[in-house]
Design a protein around this ligand. Structure first.
Ligand SMILES: CC(C)(COP(=O)(O)OP(=O)(O)OC[C@H]1O[C@@H](n2cnc3c(N)ncnc32)[C@H](O)[C@@H]1OP(=O)(O)O)[C@@H](O)C(=O)NCCC(=O)NCCS
Length: 324
């Protein structure tokens, strides 16, 4: 078994990497659409803005059997955790390959001066005993929900949009936030601060714009609907339609600022988003979202809209010193 660091992956290596992801997905689809080759290539060739990544593969007789990606957000030595993802072909498991990849990634993590690493995995899969055997602890449980738009009863969305609270207006935009709302959106994003434990930097107008630019750079479309009162954003919701996941859009942030809570603004902006997408993106027929397991209000809003539970994912964290 050879371990190879892929600093500049070749086309052949990208194809082999994709074949590993496809084999892992085929063995355990977990309600996810299969990975797309273009998406894999884009990910391997460019780290997200403001982030670096290290890639390794394990090969046997010239065939890739496992891959590992370590994302390092921010500058070297930043307090933010690294993010690790390891995928081993089903036929090559329980032979110590995952452990070897984790060990090289841990060395790179420590060399980068990181205090810890996180991993997002599905509950009930081998990833759970694997991580728990290597110093990781579960820090967050997320319920993965899916809304199939064809299953929403006719008229339901219109009814919810019409039931919006008095004194608020709906505003929407595609892509990067318009200048007039950048500050207001950054303030509203603070309302999510209690959930965004790993986000690090505080939200400001620049960071909000940067997030929109990042989505566009990946070739994805960001849609935002906000409830506005006296020029202030009281609540908002974001959905991203990705070329890498045809037919399925992903819910990004939704938040209602504390002084505007309890007026059904959350369900209102989400219903307005669904009405808009039906016209703007008829190709989107399902929307997926992750909710923190303890966020009972957001779970209730989503279940009222017709989202159904799909899977549970977990975020694990280990301190660099506890890794092999
Ligand atoms: C999780 C995964 C990477 C583990 O890879 P692997 O090469 O099989 O793991 P290893 O052989 O190195 O396992 C090392 C130890 O982890 C634990 N472990 C791994 N898989 C396990 C399982 N299915 N059940 C119980 N313990 C397990 C064991 O303690 C094992 O040591 P042992 O075999 O001596 O008992 C692999 O199952 C996988 O690719 N899963 C799908 C993708 C995924 O969820 N990745 C996790 C993202 S970090």
């Amino acid at each position: 078994m050879d371990l190879i660091a892929l600093d500049e992956p070749t086309d052949a290596q990208i194809r082999q990497w994709h074949a590993v992801l496809t084999a892992v997905h085929a063995a355990d689809p977990a309600g996810e659409p299969p990975p797309e080759a273009e998406h894999t290539a884009a990910r391997l060739l460019g780290a997200e803005q403001g982030s670096r990544q290290r890639l390794w593969a394990a090969a046997e007789d010239g065939r890739m059997v496992a891959v590992a990606a370590l994302r390092l957000p921010g500058a070297p030595g930043a307090a933010r955790p690294g993010e690790i993802d390891i995928q081993v072909r089903p036929g090559n498991r329980r032979a110590g390959v995952g452990r070897r990849l984790l060990t090289v990634a841990a060395d790179a993590l420590r060399a980068d001066g990181r205090p810890s690493v996180i991993a997002q995995v599905l509950a009930g899969t081998p990833a759970v005993p694997f991580l728990e055997a290597h110093g990781f602890q579960c820090v967050l449980t997320l319920q993965g929900l899916l809304l199939r738009l064809a299953e929403v009863p006719p008229g339901r969305i219109e009814e919810l949009v019409a039931a919006g609270p008095a004194g608020y207006e709906l505003v929407r935009w595609r892509g990067v936030v318009p200048d007039g709302y950048a500050e207001a959106l950054a303030r509203a994003k603070h309302a999510m601060a209690d959930l965004a434990e790993y986000e690090g930097a505080p939200w400001d107008a620049g960071r909000v714009r940067e997030m929109g630019e990042l989505v566009a750079k990946r070739g994805d479309e960001l849609y935002t609907v906000a409830a506005v009162r006296d020029g202030t954003i009281a609540g908002f919701t974001e959905v991203v339609a990705s070329a890498g996941m045809p037919g399925r859009a992903a819910q990004y942030d939704t938040a209602v600022v504390p002084e505007h809570r309890g007026r059904r603004l959350g369900i209102w902006v989400k219903a307005a988003m669904l009405r808009w997408l039906a016209v703007e993106r008829p190709d989107v027929h399902e929307i997926e979202t992750d909710n923190a397991g303890d966020n009972v209000h957001m779970l209730a809003v989503n279940e009222e809209l017709g989202f159904r539970r799909l899977r549970e994912s977990r975020e694990y964290q280990a301190s660099a010193a506890d890794l092999p």
